[in-house]
Write a protein that binds this ligand. Structure first.
Ligand code: PRP
Length: 216
């Protein structure tokens, strides 16, 4: 296929990778060697004109906004935190989780407002700031890139704002939820220009995925 008709798809390395690759494979959007263990960053399927790029989770919206990828699959939480201008095409339904505030069980304060002016460690400072400001609370945000649960345990912050999926990480680290901030699932996103230029292929992908999701 002509290179300019190729579709480039950004997939995140993390938890969503396997489910995303599996879903796309069901409609024939796949490539040889596309699996979790591979260290390859670009995997191409010349026959059907697909190029997969495997990126760090938080970077998917960036690749899509710049048009380096035409489309991508990523969590709603990451889209909002990125602030990137991408076109959200479809809620894929998997990767269900929620963003919440949690604190060490033995240091829980009586009221939510009691955390005003304290420190919160998070991978999501933008969403957290918006949330606490709306509650009239002024917090100090400590941006971390992973293992957020560690921060309040070692006393670097009073709380965390982080993603919960099964609740195992909170439980194993003796943290309890204080408040839910938002629910999230995986989304199919597109670059705005690519969506217009490659409308037929992208739109048929949306239609096929919608049918698959409806069948579940
Ligand atoms: C995420 C999140 C929590 C954990 C929640 O981290 O930040 O730590 O998963 O999942 P659970 O409720 O099922 O335990 P991730 O595994 O992506 O790694 P990270 O700590 O490096 O961000």
């Amino acid at each position: 296929m002509d290179e300019k008709n190729f579709i480039t798809i950004a997939l995140p390395k993390g938890k969503l990778f396997g489910l995303s690759a599996e879903l796309l494979e069901k409609i024939g959007w796949t490539a040889e060697g596309l699996h979790e263990k591979s260290r390859k960053l670009i995997i191409t399927n010349e026959k059907v004109g697909l190029k997969f790029i495997i990126t760090k989770t938080a970077d998917v919206p960036t690749y899509v906004e710049y048009g380096a990828a035409d489309i991508g699959i990523i969590g709603k939480d990451v889209i909002l935190e990125s602030g990137k201008d991408v076109y959200e095409l479809l809620d894929l339904g998997f990767g269900k989780c929620h963003l919440m505030m949690a604190v060490p069980k033995d240091k829980k304060r009586p009221r939510f407002e009691d955390y005003n002016y304290t420190r919160v460690a998070t991978k999501f400072p933008r969403i957290a700031e918006k949330f606490f400001s709306a509650q009239g609370m002024q917090m100090e945000y400590i941006k971390l890139n992973g293992s957020i649960e560690l921060a309040p345990i070692i006393g670097m912050s009073e709380s965390i704002v982080d993603i919960v999926e099964t609740g195992t990480t909170l439980r194993e680290n003796n943290l309890v939820e204080i408040v839910t901030i938002m629910d999230a699932t995986a989304r199919l996103i597109a670059n705005r220009v690519s969506y217009k230029l490659k409308f037929e292929r992208i739109n048929s992908l949306v239609e096929e995925l919608s049918k698959l999701i409806a069948l579940k």
